[in-house]
Design a protein. Structure first.
Length: 620
Protein backbone atom coordinates (compact mmCIF):
# COMPACT_ATOMS: atom_id res chain seq x y z
CA UNK A 1 0.00 0.00 0.00
CA UNK A 2 2.86 2.39 0.80
CA UNK A 3 4.22 2.21 -2.77
CA UNK A 4 0.79 2.86 -4.27
CA UNK A 5 0.15 5.85 -2.01
CA UNK A 6 3.55 7.38 -2.73
CA UNK A 7 3.05 6.93 -6.49
CA UNK A 8 -0.46 8.42 -6.33
CA UNK A 9 0.75 11.40 -4.29
CA UNK A 10 3.64 12.10 -6.66
CA UNK A 11 1.40 11.75 -9.73
CA UNK A 12 -1.02 14.18 -8.09
CA UNK A 13 1.82 16.64 -7.54
CA UNK A 14 2.55 16.79 -11.26
CA UNK A 15 -1.06 17.77 -11.93
CA UNK A 16 -0.24 21.06 -10.18
CA UNK A 17 -3.71 21.09 -8.63
CA UNK A 18 -4.13 20.42 -4.92
CA UNK A 19 -7.76 19.31 -5.26
CA UNK A 20 -6.85 16.89 -8.05
CA UNK A 21 -3.97 15.52 -6.00
CA UNK A 22 -6.28 15.02 -3.05
CA UNK A 23 -8.82 13.04 -5.08
CA UNK A 24 -6.15 10.75 -6.52
CA UNK A 25 -4.78 10.19 -3.01
CA UNK A 26 -8.25 9.36 -1.65
CA UNK A 27 -8.82 6.88 -4.49
CA UNK A 28 -5.47 5.21 -3.83
CA UNK A 29 -6.10 5.15 -0.08
CA UNK A 30 -9.50 3.46 -0.42
CA UNK A 31 -8.08 1.07 -3.00
CA UNK A 32 -5.31 0.20 -0.55
CA UNK A 33 -7.78 -0.33 2.28
CA UNK A 34 -9.43 -2.94 0.05
CA UNK A 35 -6.17 -4.91 0.02
CA UNK A 36 -5.65 -4.53 3.78
CA UNK A 37 -9.12 -5.74 4.77
CA UNK A 38 -9.35 -9.43 5.74
CA UNK A 39 -9.90 -11.61 2.67
CA UNK A 40 -10.06 -15.30 1.80
CA UNK A 41 -9.12 -14.90 -1.85
CA UNK A 42 -5.84 -13.57 -3.20
CA UNK A 43 -4.78 -10.03 -2.41
CA UNK A 44 -5.02 -9.08 -6.10
CA UNK A 45 -8.56 -10.39 -6.46
CA UNK A 46 -9.64 -8.64 -3.25
CA UNK A 47 -8.06 -5.30 -4.23
CA UNK A 48 -9.19 -5.27 -7.88
CA UNK A 49 -12.71 -6.49 -7.12
CA UNK A 50 -13.29 -4.06 -4.28
CA UNK A 51 -11.65 -1.21 -6.21
CA UNK A 52 -14.04 -1.75 -9.13
CA UNK A 53 -16.97 -1.70 -6.71
CA UNK A 54 -15.66 1.57 -5.23
CA UNK A 55 -15.52 3.20 -8.67
CA UNK A 56 -19.09 2.08 -9.40
CA UNK A 57 -20.18 3.44 -6.01
CA UNK A 58 -18.57 6.80 -6.77
CA UNK A 59 -20.44 6.88 -10.10
CA UNK A 60 -23.77 6.23 -8.37
CA UNK A 61 -23.04 8.93 -5.81
CA UNK A 62 -22.31 11.45 -8.57
CA UNK A 63 -25.59 10.57 -10.31
CA UNK A 64 -27.45 11.21 -7.03
CA UNK A 65 -25.68 14.48 -6.24
CA UNK A 66 -28.87 16.57 -6.53
CA UNK A 67 -31.23 13.96 -5.05
CA UNK A 68 -29.92 13.58 -1.53
CA UNK A 69 -33.24 12.21 -0.27
CA UNK A 70 -32.62 9.08 -2.34
CA UNK A 71 -29.52 8.45 -0.26
CA UNK A 72 -31.51 7.66 2.88
CA UNK A 73 -33.09 4.38 1.66
CA UNK A 74 -29.78 3.51 -0.03
CA UNK A 75 -27.95 4.01 3.28
CA UNK A 76 -30.53 1.92 5.10
CA UNK A 77 -30.26 -0.97 2.62
CA UNK A 78 -26.47 -0.81 2.31
CA UNK A 79 -25.82 -0.62 6.04
CA UNK A 80 -28.36 -3.33 6.81
CA UNK A 81 -26.70 -5.61 4.25
CA UNK A 82 -23.26 -4.79 5.64
CA UNK A 83 -24.45 -5.63 9.15
CA UNK A 84 -26.04 -8.96 8.24
CA UNK A 85 -23.13 -10.27 6.16
CA UNK A 86 -20.81 -9.73 9.11
CA UNK A 87 -21.82 -13.26 10.08
CA UNK A 88 -19.89 -14.38 6.98
CA UNK A 89 -16.81 -12.34 7.83
CA UNK A 90 -15.75 -8.89 8.96
CA UNK A 91 -13.89 -8.30 5.67
CA UNK A 92 -17.06 -8.81 3.58
CA UNK A 93 -19.04 -6.58 5.94
CA UNK A 94 -16.50 -3.75 5.83
CA UNK A 95 -16.37 -3.84 2.03
CA UNK A 96 -20.14 -3.43 1.77
CA UNK A 97 -20.10 -0.56 4.28
CA UNK A 98 -17.18 1.25 2.63
CA UNK A 99 -18.82 1.03 -0.81
CA UNK A 100 -22.03 2.48 0.66
CA UNK A 101 -20.12 5.33 2.32
CA UNK A 102 -18.43 6.17 -1.00
CA UNK A 103 -21.85 6.60 -2.61
CA UNK A 104 -22.86 9.02 0.15
CA UNK A 105 -19.56 10.92 0.08
CA UNK A 106 -19.58 11.56 -3.67
CA UNK A 107 -23.24 12.55 -3.58
CA UNK A 108 -22.31 15.24 -1.03
CA UNK A 109 -19.08 16.59 -2.51
CA UNK A 110 -20.24 16.72 -6.15
CA UNK A 111 -21.59 20.15 -7.17
CA UNK A 112 -22.60 19.17 -10.72
CA UNK A 113 -22.52 16.26 -13.16
CA UNK A 114 -19.68 17.87 -15.15
CA UNK A 115 -17.57 18.34 -12.04
CA UNK A 116 -18.50 14.82 -10.98
CA UNK A 117 -17.08 13.35 -14.18
CA UNK A 118 -13.76 15.07 -13.44
CA UNK A 119 -13.85 13.82 -9.84
CA UNK A 120 -14.60 10.28 -10.98
CA UNK A 121 -11.67 10.27 -13.40
CA UNK A 122 -9.24 11.36 -10.69
CA UNK A 123 -10.66 8.99 -8.07
CA UNK A 124 -10.58 6.08 -10.52
CA UNK A 125 -6.99 6.94 -11.37
CA UNK A 126 -6.02 6.61 -7.71
CA UNK A 127 -7.85 3.28 -7.38
CA UNK A 128 -6.15 2.03 -10.58
CA UNK A 129 -2.70 3.00 -9.32
CA UNK A 130 -3.24 1.04 -6.12
CA UNK A 131 -4.67 -1.95 -7.99
CA UNK A 132 -1.64 -1.97 -10.32
CA UNK A 133 0.70 -1.95 -7.33
CA UNK A 134 -0.81 -5.22 -6.10
CA UNK A 135 1.01 -6.92 -8.98
CA UNK A 136 4.38 -5.91 -7.53
CA UNK A 137 6.42 -8.40 -5.48
CA UNK A 138 6.27 -10.05 -3.04
CA UNK A 139 3.90 -12.22 -5.02
CA UNK A 140 1.24 -14.07 -3.12
CA UNK A 141 0.93 -17.72 -4.20
CA UNK A 142 -2.44 -19.22 -4.97
CA UNK A 143 -4.46 -20.23 -1.89
CA UNK A 144 -2.00 -18.40 0.37
CA UNK A 145 -4.83 -17.37 2.73
CA UNK A 146 -5.99 -20.98 3.09
CA UNK A 147 -2.41 -22.15 3.66
CA UNK A 148 -1.93 -19.57 6.40
CA UNK A 149 -5.18 -20.59 8.12
CA UNK A 150 -4.13 -24.27 8.18
CA UNK A 151 -0.67 -23.29 9.48
CA UNK A 152 -2.38 -21.30 12.25
CA UNK A 153 -4.24 -24.47 13.25
CA UNK A 154 -0.95 -26.32 13.76
CA UNK A 155 0.41 -23.32 15.67
CA UNK A 156 -2.59 -23.58 17.98
CA UNK A 157 -1.97 -27.29 18.47
CA UNK A 158 1.67 -26.59 19.35
CA UNK A 159 0.64 -23.95 21.87
CA UNK A 160 -1.78 -26.32 23.63
CA UNK A 161 -5.22 -25.47 24.96
CA UNK A 162 -8.24 -24.86 22.74
CA UNK A 163 -7.74 -25.24 19.02
CA UNK A 164 -11.43 -24.93 18.08
CA UNK A 165 -11.35 -21.32 16.79
CA UNK A 166 -8.31 -22.02 14.60
CA UNK A 167 -9.91 -25.21 13.27
CA UNK A 168 -13.14 -23.42 12.41
CA UNK A 169 -11.22 -20.60 10.71
CA UNK A 170 -9.35 -23.14 8.57
CA UNK A 171 -12.58 -24.95 7.66
CA UNK A 172 -14.30 -21.69 6.78
CA UNK A 173 -11.40 -20.47 4.63
CA UNK A 174 -11.20 -23.77 2.73
CA UNK A 175 -14.97 -23.90 2.24
CA UNK A 176 -14.81 -20.72 0.13
CA UNK A 177 -12.58 -22.46 -2.45
CA UNK A 178 -13.99 -25.94 -1.96
CA UNK A 179 -15.37 -26.16 -5.51
CA UNK A 180 -12.15 -25.08 -7.20
CA UNK A 181 -11.06 -28.68 -7.86
CA UNK A 182 -7.50 -27.76 -6.87
CA UNK A 183 -5.26 -30.51 -5.52
CA UNK A 184 -3.73 -27.92 -3.24
CA UNK A 185 -7.13 -27.31 -1.64
CA UNK A 186 -7.65 -31.07 -1.30
CA UNK A 187 -4.27 -31.43 0.39
CA UNK A 188 -4.93 -28.55 2.78
CA UNK A 189 -8.33 -30.02 3.62
CA UNK A 190 -6.71 -33.35 4.47
CA UNK A 191 -4.13 -31.51 6.56
CA UNK A 192 -6.97 -29.85 8.46
CA UNK A 193 -8.54 -33.25 9.10
CA UNK A 194 -5.22 -34.55 10.42
CA UNK A 195 -4.83 -31.44 12.57
CA UNK A 196 -8.22 -32.06 14.16
CA UNK A 197 -7.35 -35.70 14.82
CA UNK A 198 -3.99 -34.73 16.35
CA UNK A 199 -5.78 -32.24 18.60
CA UNK A 200 -8.21 -34.93 19.79
CA UNK A 201 -5.34 -37.29 20.57
CA UNK A 202 -3.52 -34.54 22.45
CA UNK A 203 -6.60 -34.11 24.62
CA UNK A 204 -6.43 -37.81 25.46
CA UNK A 205 -2.78 -37.35 26.35
CA UNK A 206 -3.74 -34.43 28.59
CA UNK A 207 -6.09 -36.74 30.49
CA UNK A 208 -3.19 -39.01 31.26
CA UNK A 209 -0.88 -36.14 32.19
CA UNK A 210 -3.35 -34.95 34.82
CA UNK A 211 -3.01 -38.29 36.58
CA UNK A 212 0.68 -38.97 35.89
CA UNK A 213 3.74 -36.97 34.87
CA UNK A 214 5.18 -39.83 32.84
CA UNK A 215 4.36 -38.22 29.49
CA UNK A 216 5.16 -34.60 30.44
CA UNK A 217 8.66 -34.74 28.99
CA UNK A 218 7.22 -35.66 25.60
CA UNK A 219 4.93 -32.65 25.37
CA UNK A 220 7.76 -30.22 24.71
CA UNK A 221 9.02 -32.41 21.89
CA UNK A 222 5.48 -32.67 20.49
CA UNK A 223 5.13 -28.89 20.56
CA UNK A 224 8.39 -28.55 18.61
CA UNK A 225 7.26 -31.09 15.99
CA UNK A 226 3.88 -29.37 15.58
CA UNK A 227 5.60 -25.99 15.21
CA UNK A 228 7.73 -27.50 12.44
CA UNK A 229 4.56 -28.78 10.77
CA UNK A 230 3.06 -25.29 10.92
CA UNK A 231 6.21 -23.83 9.40
CA UNK A 232 6.16 -26.49 6.69
CA UNK A 233 2.55 -25.73 5.77
CA UNK A 234 3.18 -21.99 5.75
CA UNK A 235 6.35 -22.08 3.62
CA UNK A 236 5.78 -25.27 1.60
CA UNK A 237 8.77 -26.86 3.26
CA UNK A 238 8.84 -30.57 4.16
CA UNK A 239 9.60 -31.05 7.87
CA UNK A 240 12.12 -33.61 9.03
CA UNK A 241 10.50 -36.96 9.73
CA UNK A 242 11.03 -38.05 13.32
CA UNK A 243 9.08 -40.29 15.62
CA UNK A 244 7.44 -38.84 18.73
CA UNK A 245 6.41 -42.11 20.33
CA UNK A 246 8.25 -43.48 23.36
CA UNK A 247 10.13 -46.79 23.29
CA UNK A 248 7.18 -48.64 24.83
CA UNK A 249 4.39 -46.98 22.91
CA UNK A 250 0.75 -47.93 23.34
CA UNK A 251 -2.17 -47.38 20.96
CA UNK A 252 -2.55 -43.67 21.77
CA UNK A 253 1.08 -42.83 21.03
CA UNK A 254 1.05 -45.00 17.90
CA UNK A 255 -2.05 -43.16 16.63
CA UNK A 256 -0.46 -39.79 17.36
CA UNK A 257 2.77 -40.77 15.61
CA UNK A 258 0.83 -42.03 12.59
CA UNK A 259 -1.20 -38.82 12.30
CA UNK A 260 1.92 -36.67 12.43
CA UNK A 261 3.60 -38.87 9.79
CA UNK A 262 0.53 -38.52 7.56
CA UNK A 263 0.60 -34.73 7.97
CA UNK A 264 4.29 -34.67 6.94
CA UNK A 265 3.49 -36.71 3.83
CA UNK A 266 0.71 -34.29 2.90
CA UNK A 267 3.02 -31.29 3.37
CA UNK A 268 5.65 -32.97 1.18
CA UNK A 269 3.19 -33.07 -1.71
CA UNK A 270 1.31 -36.34 -1.54
CA UNK A 271 -1.30 -36.29 -4.29
CA UNK A 272 -4.88 -36.03 -3.03
CA UNK A 273 -7.45 -36.39 -5.77
CA UNK A 274 -10.69 -35.74 -3.93
CA UNK A 275 -11.85 -33.02 -1.57
CA UNK A 276 -14.09 -34.36 1.18
CA UNK A 277 -17.15 -32.21 1.77
CA UNK A 278 -18.47 -33.82 4.95
CA UNK A 279 -16.74 -31.28 7.22
CA UNK A 280 -17.73 -28.14 5.29
CA UNK A 281 -19.20 -25.45 7.56
CA UNK A 282 -22.41 -23.62 6.60
CA UNK A 283 -22.22 -21.65 3.35
CA UNK A 284 -22.37 -17.83 3.37
CA UNK A 285 -25.97 -18.04 2.11
CA UNK A 286 -26.92 -20.38 4.97
CA UNK A 287 -25.22 -18.16 7.55
CA UNK A 288 -27.06 -15.05 6.32
CA UNK A 289 -30.38 -16.88 6.04
CA UNK A 290 -30.14 -18.04 9.65
CA UNK A 291 -29.68 -14.44 10.82
CA UNK A 292 -32.74 -13.02 9.05
CA UNK A 293 -35.10 -12.98 12.01
CA UNK A 294 -35.60 -10.29 14.67
CA UNK A 295 -34.02 -12.24 17.52
CA UNK A 296 -30.73 -12.95 15.71
CA UNK A 297 -27.75 -10.89 16.96
CA UNK A 298 -26.57 -9.90 13.48
CA UNK A 299 -30.08 -8.90 12.47
CA UNK A 300 -30.20 -6.55 15.45
CA UNK A 301 -26.72 -5.29 14.57
CA UNK A 302 -27.87 -4.64 10.99
CA UNK A 303 -30.94 -2.73 12.24
CA UNK A 304 -28.72 -0.62 14.49
CA UNK A 305 -26.37 0.15 11.61
CA UNK A 306 -29.20 1.09 9.24
CA UNK A 307 -30.91 3.27 11.86
CA UNK A 308 -27.72 4.99 13.02
CA UNK A 309 -26.54 5.47 9.42
CA UNK A 310 -29.72 7.24 8.32
CA UNK A 311 -29.86 9.36 11.49
CA UNK A 312 -26.14 10.13 11.16
CA UNK A 313 -26.59 11.37 7.60
CA UNK A 314 -29.49 13.59 8.66
CA UNK A 315 -27.56 14.95 11.64
CA UNK A 316 -24.46 15.58 9.50
CA UNK A 317 -26.48 17.49 6.91
CA UNK A 318 -28.27 19.43 9.64
CA UNK A 319 -24.96 20.48 11.20
CA UNK A 320 -23.71 21.62 7.80
CA UNK A 321 -26.94 23.49 7.06
CA UNK A 322 -27.04 25.42 10.34
CA UNK A 323 -23.29 26.05 10.45
CA UNK A 324 -23.24 27.27 6.87
CA UNK A 325 -21.19 26.19 3.84
CA UNK A 326 -18.15 28.21 4.87
CA UNK A 327 -17.77 26.41 8.18
CA UNK A 328 -18.84 22.86 7.32
CA UNK A 329 -18.68 22.47 3.55
CA UNK A 330 -20.21 19.21 2.25
CA UNK A 331 -18.80 16.61 4.55
CA UNK A 332 -21.67 15.75 6.86
CA UNK A 333 -21.08 12.15 5.74
CA UNK A 334 -18.30 12.04 8.33
CA UNK A 335 -20.95 11.58 11.00
CA UNK A 336 -22.36 8.67 9.03
CA UNK A 337 -18.87 7.24 8.46
CA UNK A 338 -18.03 7.38 12.15
CA UNK A 339 -21.25 5.60 13.05
CA UNK A 340 -20.30 2.72 10.76
CA UNK A 341 -16.78 2.38 12.12
CA UNK A 342 -17.83 2.58 15.78
CA UNK A 343 -20.94 0.38 15.86
CA UNK A 344 -19.97 -3.21 16.55
CA UNK A 345 -22.25 -6.12 17.45
CA UNK A 346 -21.10 -6.10 21.08
CA UNK A 347 -21.28 -3.40 23.73
CA UNK A 348 -17.65 -3.85 24.76
CA UNK A 349 -16.31 -3.34 21.24
CA UNK A 350 -18.72 -0.51 20.42
CA UNK A 351 -17.94 1.46 23.59
CA UNK A 352 -14.17 0.94 23.43
CA UNK A 353 -14.02 1.87 19.74
CA UNK A 354 -16.19 4.94 20.36
CA UNK A 355 -13.89 6.16 23.11
CA UNK A 356 -10.75 5.25 21.20
CA UNK A 357 -11.87 6.94 17.99
CA UNK A 358 -12.92 10.08 19.88
CA UNK A 359 -9.58 10.35 21.68
CA UNK A 360 -7.62 9.76 18.49
CA UNK A 361 -9.78 12.20 16.54
CA UNK A 362 -9.32 15.01 19.06
CA UNK A 363 -5.54 14.53 19.06
CA UNK A 364 -5.47 14.25 15.27
CA UNK A 365 -7.62 17.34 14.85
CA UNK A 366 -5.36 19.39 17.11
CA UNK A 367 -2.31 18.21 15.19
CA UNK A 368 -4.15 18.88 11.92
CA UNK A 369 -4.79 22.46 12.99
CA UNK A 370 -1.07 22.89 13.64
CA UNK A 371 -0.19 21.37 10.24
CA UNK A 372 -2.64 23.71 8.51
CA UNK A 373 -0.42 26.68 9.41
CA UNK A 374 2.50 25.34 7.38
CA UNK A 375 3.38 27.41 4.31
CA UNK A 376 1.20 26.79 1.25
CA UNK A 377 3.69 24.94 -0.91
CA UNK A 378 2.87 22.06 -3.27
CA UNK A 379 6.12 20.19 -2.57
CA UNK A 380 5.68 20.54 1.19
CA UNK A 381 2.05 19.46 0.88
CA UNK A 382 3.13 16.32 -1.00
CA UNK A 383 5.82 15.46 1.55
CA UNK A 384 3.43 15.93 4.48
CA UNK A 385 0.82 13.66 2.84
CA UNK A 386 3.39 10.90 2.35
CA UNK A 387 4.78 11.19 5.89
CA UNK A 388 1.32 11.06 7.47
CA UNK A 389 0.29 8.10 5.33
CA UNK A 390 3.44 6.20 6.36
CA UNK A 391 2.64 7.04 9.97
CA UNK A 392 -0.82 5.51 9.54
CA UNK A 393 0.61 2.32 8.02
CA UNK A 394 3.15 2.04 10.83
CA UNK A 395 0.70 2.50 13.69
CA UNK A 396 -2.57 1.15 12.25
CA UNK A 397 -2.32 -2.07 14.28
CA UNK A 398 -1.72 -0.22 17.57
CA UNK A 399 -5.38 0.51 18.32
CA UNK A 400 -8.14 2.95 17.47
CA UNK A 401 -6.59 6.11 19.02
CA UNK A 402 -3.38 5.74 16.97
CA UNK A 403 -5.24 4.86 13.79
CA UNK A 404 -7.63 7.79 14.02
CA UNK A 405 -4.92 10.25 14.99
CA UNK A 406 -2.95 9.60 11.79
CA UNK A 407 -6.05 9.33 9.56
CA UNK A 408 -7.53 12.61 10.83
CA UNK A 409 -4.18 14.37 10.39
CA UNK A 410 -3.93 13.00 6.83
CA UNK A 411 -7.52 13.93 5.95
CA UNK A 412 -7.08 17.36 7.52
CA UNK A 413 -4.08 17.96 5.27
CA UNK A 414 -6.31 17.32 2.25
CA UNK A 415 -8.35 20.41 3.15
CA UNK A 416 -7.31 24.03 3.25
CA UNK A 417 -6.89 25.86 6.53
CA UNK A 418 -7.58 24.80 10.14
CA UNK A 419 -11.34 24.45 9.66
CA UNK A 420 -10.93 21.11 7.89
CA UNK A 421 -9.38 19.50 10.96
CA UNK A 422 -11.81 21.11 13.42
CA UNK A 423 -15.00 20.31 11.53
CA UNK A 424 -14.03 16.73 10.74
CA UNK A 425 -13.11 16.23 14.37
CA UNK A 426 -16.49 17.64 15.43
CA UNK A 427 -18.33 15.33 13.05
CA UNK A 428 -16.41 12.32 14.33
CA UNK A 429 -17.19 13.07 17.97
CA UNK A 430 -20.89 13.54 17.13
CA UNK A 431 -20.90 10.27 15.16
CA UNK A 432 -19.28 8.30 17.99
CA UNK A 433 -21.79 9.66 20.53
CA UNK A 434 -24.68 8.86 18.18
CA UNK A 435 -23.44 5.29 17.65
CA UNK A 436 -23.31 4.63 21.40
CA UNK A 437 -26.78 6.13 21.89
CA UNK A 438 -28.25 3.92 19.17
CA UNK A 439 -26.62 0.84 20.70
CA UNK A 440 -28.08 1.63 24.11
CA UNK A 441 -31.53 2.14 22.58
CA UNK A 442 -31.34 -1.10 20.55
CA UNK A 443 -28.91 -3.22 22.58
CA UNK A 444 -27.78 -6.81 22.31
CA UNK A 445 -26.82 -7.84 25.82
CA UNK A 446 -24.76 -11.00 25.69
CA UNK A 447 -25.71 -12.06 29.22
CA UNK A 448 -29.30 -12.42 28.04
CA UNK A 449 -28.21 -14.75 25.21
CA UNK A 450 -26.08 -17.13 27.26
CA UNK A 451 -28.85 -19.46 28.47
CA UNK A 452 -30.22 -19.97 24.96
CA UNK A 453 -26.76 -20.46 23.47
CA UNK A 454 -25.91 -22.94 26.21
CA UNK A 455 -29.02 -25.01 25.46
CA UNK A 456 -28.26 -24.95 21.74
CA UNK A 457 -24.71 -26.16 22.32
CA UNK A 458 -25.89 -28.94 24.65
CA UNK A 459 -28.31 -30.26 22.06
CA UNK A 460 -25.75 -30.10 19.27
CA UNK A 461 -23.16 -31.84 21.47
CA UNK A 462 -25.70 -34.54 22.31
CA UNK A 463 -26.44 -34.91 18.59
CA UNK A 464 -22.76 -35.43 17.89
CA UNK A 465 -22.50 -38.14 20.55
CA UNK A 466 -25.59 -39.88 19.19
CA UNK A 467 -24.12 -39.73 15.66
CA UNK A 468 -21.00 -41.47 17.02
CA UNK A 469 -23.12 -44.16 18.66
CA UNK A 470 -25.07 -44.78 15.46
CA UNK A 471 -21.82 -45.10 13.50
CA UNK A 472 -20.44 -47.56 16.05
CA UNK A 473 -23.64 -49.59 16.31
CA UNK A 474 -24.17 -49.94 12.53
CA UNK A 475 -20.98 -49.08 10.64
CA UNK A 476 -21.57 -47.86 7.08
CA UNK A 477 -20.21 -45.32 4.64
CA UNK A 478 -22.57 -42.55 5.69
CA UNK A 479 -21.71 -42.77 9.37
CA UNK A 480 -18.47 -40.79 9.15
CA UNK A 481 -20.16 -38.03 7.14
CA UNK A 482 -22.96 -37.76 9.70
CA UNK A 483 -20.45 -37.51 12.54
CA UNK A 484 -18.46 -34.85 10.68
CA UNK A 485 -21.56 -32.72 10.08
CA UNK A 486 -22.65 -33.07 13.70
CA UNK A 487 -19.13 -32.18 14.90
CA UNK A 488 -19.10 -28.97 12.83
CA UNK A 489 -22.51 -27.93 14.19
CA UNK A 490 -21.43 -28.66 17.74
CA UNK A 491 -18.21 -26.70 17.33
CA UNK A 492 -20.04 -23.72 15.85
CA UNK A 493 -22.52 -23.70 18.75
CA UNK A 494 -19.72 -23.92 21.34
CA UNK A 495 -17.68 -21.14 19.74
CA UNK A 496 -20.76 -18.91 19.57
CA UNK A 497 -21.38 -19.49 23.28
CA UNK A 498 -17.71 -18.87 24.09
CA UNK A 499 -17.65 -15.62 22.12
CA UNK A 500 -20.83 -14.40 23.83
CA UNK A 501 -19.44 -15.40 27.25
CA UNK A 502 -16.28 -13.43 26.60
CA UNK A 503 -18.18 -10.33 25.49
CA UNK A 504 -20.72 -10.61 28.34
CA UNK A 505 -18.05 -9.53 30.81
CA UNK A 506 -18.26 -6.02 29.33
CA UNK A 507 -22.07 -5.85 29.61
CA UNK A 508 -23.81 -4.18 32.55
CA UNK A 509 -24.64 -6.53 35.40
CA UNK A 510 -27.89 -8.45 35.09
CA UNK A 511 -30.59 -6.86 37.32
CA UNK A 512 -31.67 -10.30 38.58
CA UNK A 513 -28.09 -11.26 39.43
CA UNK A 514 -27.81 -13.94 36.76
CA UNK A 515 -24.65 -14.83 34.87
CA UNK A 516 -22.12 -13.04 37.03
CA UNK A 517 -18.57 -12.93 35.68
CA UNK A 518 -17.28 -15.63 38.03
CA UNK A 519 -20.18 -17.92 37.10
CA UNK A 520 -19.57 -17.33 33.39
CA UNK A 521 -15.96 -18.39 33.89
CA UNK A 522 -16.95 -21.57 35.74
CA UNK A 523 -19.55 -22.55 33.15
CA UNK A 524 -17.15 -21.83 30.28
CA UNK A 525 -14.51 -24.13 31.78
CA UNK A 526 -17.03 -26.97 32.10
CA UNK A 527 -18.26 -26.46 28.54
CA UNK A 528 -14.71 -26.73 27.28
CA UNK A 529 -14.12 -29.87 29.34
CA UNK A 530 -17.22 -31.61 27.99
CA UNK A 531 -16.27 -30.71 24.41
CA UNK A 532 -12.68 -31.83 25.02
CA UNK A 533 -13.68 -35.24 26.36
CA UNK A 534 -16.20 -35.70 23.56
CA UNK A 535 -13.39 -35.08 21.08
CA UNK A 536 -11.29 -37.76 22.79
CA UNK A 537 -14.15 -40.26 22.52
CA UNK A 538 -14.53 -39.43 18.82
CA UNK A 539 -10.79 -39.88 18.19
CA UNK A 540 -10.32 -43.14 20.09
CA UNK A 541 -13.58 -44.82 19.13
CA UNK A 542 -13.63 -47.65 16.59
CA UNK A 543 -14.45 -45.36 13.66
CA UNK A 544 -16.72 -46.21 10.73
CA UNK A 545 -15.20 -49.68 10.26
CA UNK A 546 -15.77 -51.15 13.70
CA UNK A 547 -18.24 -51.44 16.56
CA UNK A 548 -17.95 -50.17 20.12
CA UNK A 549 -18.35 -52.34 23.19
CA UNK A 550 -21.58 -52.27 25.18
CA UNK A 551 -20.06 -50.28 28.04
CA UNK A 552 -18.90 -47.45 25.73
CA UNK A 553 -22.28 -47.36 24.00
CA UNK A 554 -24.04 -47.19 27.36
CA UNK A 555 -21.75 -44.46 28.76
CA UNK A 556 -22.03 -42.25 25.69
CA UNK A 557 -25.80 -42.75 25.60
CA UNK A 558 -26.01 -41.46 29.16
CA UNK A 559 -23.88 -38.43 28.26
CA UNK A 560 -26.23 -37.51 25.40
CA UNK A 561 -29.30 -37.99 27.60
CA UNK A 562 -27.79 -35.87 30.39
CA UNK A 563 -27.00 -33.04 27.96
CA UNK A 564 -30.55 -33.12 26.59
CA UNK A 565 -31.92 -33.10 30.13
CA UNK A 566 -29.88 -30.03 31.03
CA UNK A 567 -30.94 -28.28 27.81
CA UNK A 568 -34.62 -28.95 28.61
CA UNK A 569 -34.26 -27.49 32.06
CA UNK A 570 -32.40 -24.42 30.83
CA UNK A 571 -35.07 -23.72 28.22
CA UNK A 572 -37.69 -23.88 30.97
CA UNK A 573 -35.63 -21.36 33.01
CA UNK A 574 -34.91 -23.88 35.73
CA UNK A 575 -31.58 -25.18 36.90
CA UNK A 576 -30.82 -28.85 36.59
CA UNK A 577 -31.48 -31.34 39.30
CA UNK A 578 -28.73 -31.78 41.86
CA UNK A 579 -26.21 -34.19 40.42
CA UNK A 580 -23.41 -36.02 42.17
CA UNK A 581 -20.24 -35.54 40.14
CA UNK A 582 -18.78 -38.82 38.98
CA UNK A 583 -15.21 -39.71 39.83
CA UNK A 584 -12.77 -40.23 36.97
CA UNK A 585 -11.22 -43.64 36.55
CA UNK A 586 -7.64 -44.51 37.32
CA UNK A 587 -4.93 -44.32 34.70
CA UNK A 588 -4.63 -47.30 32.35
CA UNK A 589 -2.54 -47.40 29.19
CA UNK A 590 -4.80 -48.83 26.47
CA UNK A 591 -7.12 -47.03 24.09
CA UNK A 592 -10.27 -48.58 25.57
CA UNK A 593 -9.37 -47.25 29.00
CA UNK A 594 -8.61 -43.82 27.51
CA UNK A 595 -12.22 -43.78 26.30
CA UNK A 596 -13.36 -44.76 29.80
CA UNK A 597 -11.39 -41.86 31.24
CA UNK A 598 -12.92 -39.47 28.70
CA UNK A 599 -16.54 -40.57 29.23
CA UNK A 600 -16.10 -40.49 33.00
CA UNK A 601 -14.60 -37.01 32.95
CA UNK A 602 -17.29 -35.80 30.55
CA UNK A 603 -19.96 -37.07 32.96
CA UNK A 604 -18.14 -35.38 35.83
CA UNK A 605 -17.95 -32.11 33.90
CA UNK A 606 -21.68 -32.29 33.05
CA UNK A 607 -22.45 -32.74 36.74
CA UNK A 608 -20.29 -29.74 37.65
CA UNK A 609 -21.85 -27.79 34.79
CA UNK A 610 -25.31 -28.49 36.18
CA UNK A 611 -24.23 -27.21 39.60
CA UNK A 612 -22.66 -24.08 38.11
CA UNK A 613 -25.76 -23.37 36.02
CA UNK A 614 -27.97 -23.37 39.11
CA UNK A 615 -26.08 -20.30 40.32
CA UNK A 616 -25.67 -18.72 36.90
CA UNK A 617 -29.41 -18.89 36.29
CA UNK A 618 -30.18 -17.48 39.71
CA UNK A 619 -31.73 -20.57 41.30
CA UNK A 620 -28.78 -21.83 43.33
Amino acid sequence: MAVGMIVATVVGYFLYDTEAQNLICVGAFLGGIAALMPHHRSRIVAAVGTGAAEVVAASIGILLHDSWWLLLPLIAVGFFAGGVVRVVGIGVSMRVLVVTIIVVAFAEITPSAQAGAHELALFSGGVAIMAACQFLPPFEPRHAVQRESVAALYDALAAGGSYGPALMAADHSLALVHRSGSREVARLTRLTEQGEHIGQLLHALDNRSEASTADDGRRGELAQVLSELADGVRHRRTPNRRSVRPAEADGLWLALDTSIATAIELISGTVVDDVPDNRTPPTPFELVRDELHPGAPMFRHAVRLATAGVVGELVGRAIGFFAGPDLLPAHGFWVCLTVVLVLFPDYGDASSRGIGRTVGTVIGALAGVAISFLPANQVLHTVVLIVLLLGYLTFRSCGQPWTMMWVVMWISTLSTGPLGAVTRGLDTVVGAALALCVYLLLPTWQRERLAGLMATWMRSQADQIRALRRMWARPDETGAAEVAHATVRSRLARLEFSAAAQQARYDPADPAGRWKDAEIEQVSRRVYEVAKQSAVVAALGPGPDGTADAETLSATGELAADLDDLADRIEHVHASRNRSPLQSTGLVDDAESDIRIATSRAAEAIGELAAALRYALGSG
